[in-house]
Design a protein around this ligand. Sequence first.
Ligand code: KIV
Length: 291
Amino acid sequence: MFSQSLKHATSTSSVNSPTLQVDLSQRSFRSVSDFRKAKRDGRKISMLSVYDAVLARLAVEAGVNTLLVGDSVAMALYGFESTIHATVEMIASHVGAVRRGAPCAFIVADLPFGSYRRGLKAAMKAVEAMARAGASAVKLEGVAGNEKIISHIIESGIPVMGHIGLTPQSVLALGGYKVQGGTEEGAARLIEDAIELEDLGAFSLVLECVSRSLGSRMSSHLSIPVIGIGAGAGVDGQVLVASDLLGLSPGRSPRFVRRYLDGAALVSKAFEEFSRHVGDAHYPSEAESYD
Ligand code: KIV
């Protein structure tokens, strides 16, 4: 009876306790009601921005609740300077890969810059591309000017996640990657935006780069979960970009990033060893060759 779950057991608890093996992939959310339930039960939601089948599968097997295919893909994978370079085709292609790696996961797809500001028809074309590629929901940045589009997407049957605070697609207008809602008026405006998103029917929202006190206030004002990135510990969940968490992103990380691995150093070492082994004729060995 347990064989299926034991086969996929990847938990550290299985290492620590041979008798109690846990299938962590059971923590993967399946629908928007899992988000509501998590908030109601006071369980924090973990979300990772991933772009490929390999990391998607590993994230789900490790017990990450939900996956995001963020427009950060343009920076993290394609080397662009900002998320403005992400396109519908680019994100949809990565949604497909993530879906193949995590067939049962709840996958949120970012609607990229421009795709939802050219009228309903263009917005719905982008939403359709994401849904057909395998997205369970879409995320879009900001509220003002997006109200009709948000309602229309939700009425069409696709769940919407909001994104407020630091909205990277507007980084030029915001004057850089800075903490948002620093004044009482700014904080009040963000709370109004969040309430409007909830009223429009968004099932959750990402809150980026605000003070921890604003994060807590926002979470207690809303019945939908607030998933923070640089919004302190008082929100209902946390999202990070997988390549930041794995230490694969070049340059200095923002204060809110916790690096769980020195990935760049490990990968560089492996590549350097491979190159050296080839040069020294230490690779391949006899065992790595056919008779
Ligand atoms: O693009 C992305 O990965 C995101 C998260 C950082 C929230 O929007």
